[in-house]
Design a protein. Structure first.
Length: 155
């Protein structure tokens, strides 16, 4: 009677070997979906000169990107979704003071205004990042199933 143990061990080793790549693939796919969803859900300022804070350029919805996945020696993979516009993201997600008044001059002015103003209304917080995250969770389950099921079917 032949032993089936070596076959089972070989199959399990194949699954173990495939898990690292599958984990990295899942992280990459989830990060890419998150970037796409954040880009779609971020508010868009249609002004050509959209009052970009110094050091930041462009529109918030075009600023999201994912770092390359990192896999540790223990086989854990991770990635991060970031923005090139952290100051603007903070203003949008946390809101601004109301009203906004000048601190060093007598009036506020920027190119989109016809004239200086004494104050402007602040901005209410926009929770689009949290909403995007909550909507992403069901997608994560689908991505994980799609990537990991074929790995476990090897057993």
């Amino acid at each position: 009677m032949e032993s089936f143990v070596p076959d089972i061990i070989a199959r399990l080793q194949g699954v173990i070997d495939a898990l690292g790549d599958a984990t990295t693939d899942a992280c990459d796919e989830i990060a890419n979906v998150a970037v796409e969803d954040l880009s779609v859900n971020a508010p868009y300022d249609e002004e050509e000169n959209n009052e970009t804070p110094p050091g930041e350029e462009g529109h918030l919805n075009e600023s999201f990107y994912a770092l390359e996945s990192i896999t540790s020696l223990g086989g854990k993979s991770s990635t991060e979704v970031k923005t090139y516009e952290p100051i603007k993201l903070e203003y949008v997600t946390e809101g601004t003071q109301t009203p906004i008044t000048p601190t060093t001059k007598q009036a506020l002015w920027w190119p989109a205004l016809d004239h200086p103003v004494a104050m402007v209304a602040g901005q209410e917080p926009n929770p689009f990042v949290e909403e995007t995250y909550n909507a992403l969770l069901p997608k994560v389950e689908g991505i994980v199933r799609e990537i990991f099921l074929p790995v476990f079917e090897q057993i």
